[in-house]
Ligand binder design. Structure first.
Ligand code: MLC
Ligand code: AMP
Length: 504
């Protein structure tokens, strides 16, 4: 289409500017007219600050309407949005700012001093604040700007966002997504999930990831729908709001938590049309319990940061538990063996993907990008799966060393490096163990040195030391002190044996 993504979204906004877009906890709402005007003011501010198309706009803020406006303003001004999890700590932030070199960093007020220090070191010219109530210098400076802004023309290839995904070798990689990537996926999902007039989305996901920011918001905006825009997943609020919504999107943990509340049932879901799950495997047991309790069949889909959604169970046809459905229109999925040859149905292989939604590459890492693509343009997802005789795809594991906890990715290497550097540690292995709430719990096996430093090291100390340095969701829920780690003939730690031994 070669059009700015915002232009494509706003073309579908309701005719009536008073139509609600974001419904907030207190009952107030942002209308579609408000969205247009506020994003116009914000885009004018970005330009007034001296940022140019292609410049990065980084934000480490809580979920508020203003945070979403900042994203839309960056799109309109042709800049590249870089959302960051508020849980990230100093070292993580330092890396992202130095790597992405944004023209503006928007932080929460308590982070101001640290943000200024890191921004100065990274050569980031502007730091502004946005607080949890949607106030701060960002909003104060945008307020006097004009509402009108001529959205900057963009081609499909122009960058719209960079989302960092942790790397198996330590360094995080910034996945570059273009206007064309995002727009293609948004249009496909809107059609495939049969969004219709009157749909209301209950939005409880964070907006620093693909799921909450792109999948959920783009579908609702393309549909001109209202969203209950909640700051986070909260069980009591979900039970209150589901009866007024028609579509819900969540990670499996949300469904597990809904099922744990005896108040959840058919009555809660009386107005619902569609429940969608993704970002982590949905247990068959959760799928079936949910069906029995609510009368609704969860639609499971599969995707990743590097391309949005790849496959989905059908909206109208049979949604099969334990599967992630079929390749989405415009997306090719190939499942291959060790030699790169396609495997027959029923055989597990590496999942590769190709399509207009697949990302442009990793920011500043042309070699890494090249490694992840085959000669004929397929991206290696690092996921393992198979296709059944009817074409349904199932994810059966990962070839990448990755833990997914509550829908958030944790790369063991990052934690192992920290533990290994502690005095008294010989080595460590970090794995995911089954967890009733988070699906997988980050767990560390640590071999201590046979000296006083090693003998003094406890589980609590190791956890406390990591908590200081990494985002809270990466901190191991348990640390096991072990005598040694099982290794294969090549000397590689056999994490599968550890998982088997400790799963119970
Ligand atoms: C919070 N904690 C977590 C955690 N989230 N620990 C492990 N895994 C997580 N995901 C920590 C907290 O810091 C706290 O630790 C303790 O666990 C309990 O916190 P909580 O209050 O119960 O957590 P809560 O706020 O309820 O958050 C849990 C959650 C949230 C599951 C609701 O993490 C969430 O919304 N996850 C969704 C993530 C997401 O959007 N993923 C999509 C990625 S896109 P302490 O020690 O501080 O007490 C993608 C592509 C695709 O993957 O296909 O969609
Ligand atoms: P991220 O890098 O955060 O985008 O996470 C993407 C990864 O999440 C994928 O590579 C998969 O491993 C996993 N994932 C996403 N959706 C599903 C799903 N429905 N079932 C199993 N794994 C999933």
């Amino acid at each position: 289409m070669n059009e700015n993504l915002y232009t494509q979204l706003s073309a579908r906004f309701p005719q009536d500017p008073a139509a609600p877009c974001l419904i907030l906890g207190g009952g107030s709402a942002w209308t579609y007219g408000d969205i247009g005007r506020a994003s116009g003011r914000m885009a004018n501010l970005l330009v007034a600050l001296g940022l140019k198309p292609g410049d990065r706009v980084a934000a480490q803020v809580e979920k508020t309407p203003e945070a979403l406006i900042l994203y839309l303003a960056a799109l309109r001004a042709g800049m590249v949005f870089l959302p960051l999890n508020p849980a990230y700590q100093r070292n993580e932030l330092d890396y992202f700012l130095k790597d992405a070199r944004p023209g503006l960093f928007v932080c929460r007020p308590p982070m101001r001093v640290l943000a200024e220090e890191l921004a100065q070191q990274a050569g980031v010219p502007h730091v502004l604040e946005l607080d949890d109530a949607g106030r701060g210098s960002l909003i104060a400076m945008a307020a006097p700007q004009p509402d009108a802004f001529a959205t900057v023309p963009r081609t499909d290839a122009d960058l719209a966002a960079i989302l960092y995904t942790s790397g198996t070798t330590g360094r995080s990689k910034g996945a570059m997504l273009s206007h064309g990537n995002l727009a293609h996926n948004a249009r496909t999902l809107h059609r495939y999930w049969q969004f219709q007039p009157g749909d209301v989305l209950l939005h409880m996901l964070p907006i620093f990831h693909v799921h909450g920011l792109f999948v959920a918001c783009h579908c609702a905006l393309l549909n001109g729908s209202a969203m209950f825009f909640e700051p986070k997943f909260d069980l009591a609020r979900a039970l209150q709001l589901l009866p007024q919504a028609t579509v819900f999107m969540g990670v499996p943990t949300y469904y597990v938590r809904l099922l744990q509340d005896p108040a959840f049932g058919r009555e809660t879901c009386r107005s619902m049309r569609l429940f969608i799950s993704g970002s982590a495997p949905l247990l068959k047991e959760t799928f079936e319990d949910f069906q029995a309790r609510s009368g609704h069949t969860i639609l499971e889909r599969y995707g990743m940061t590097e391309g949005g959604m790849f496959t989905s169970n059908p909206c109208a046809g049979e949604r099969r538990g334990g599967t992630v459905g079929f390749p989405l229109p415009g997306t090719e999925i190939r499942i291959v063996d060790a030699d790169g040859e396609p495997v027959p149905p029923g055989t597990v292989g590496r999942i590769q993907v190709r399509g207009e939604n697949v990302f442009v590459g990793y920011w500043g890492m042309p070699e890494k990008t090249k490694e992840e693509f085959t000669a004929d343009g397929f991206f290696e997802t690092g996921d393992l799966g198979s296709r059944d005789a009817d074409g349904y795809i199932s994810i059966s594991g990962r070839s990448k060393d990755l833990v997914i906890s509550g829908g958030l990715n944790v790369y063991p290497k990052e934690i192992e490096e920290l533990i290994d550097a502690m005095p008294g540690v010989v080595e460590s292995a970090v794995i995911g163990l089954p967890h009733p709430d988070f699906g997988e719990a980050v767990s560390a096996m640590v071999v201590r040195q046979k000296n006083p430093a090693g003998a003094a090291l406890t589980e609590a100390q190791i956890i406390a030391a990591i908590k200081d340095k990494l985002a809270n969701f990466k901190v191991p829920k348990r640390v096991y002190l072990v005598d040694d780690l099982p290794r294969n003939a090549m000397g590689k730690v056999q994490k599968n044996l550890l998982r088997q031994a400790y799963s119970s």
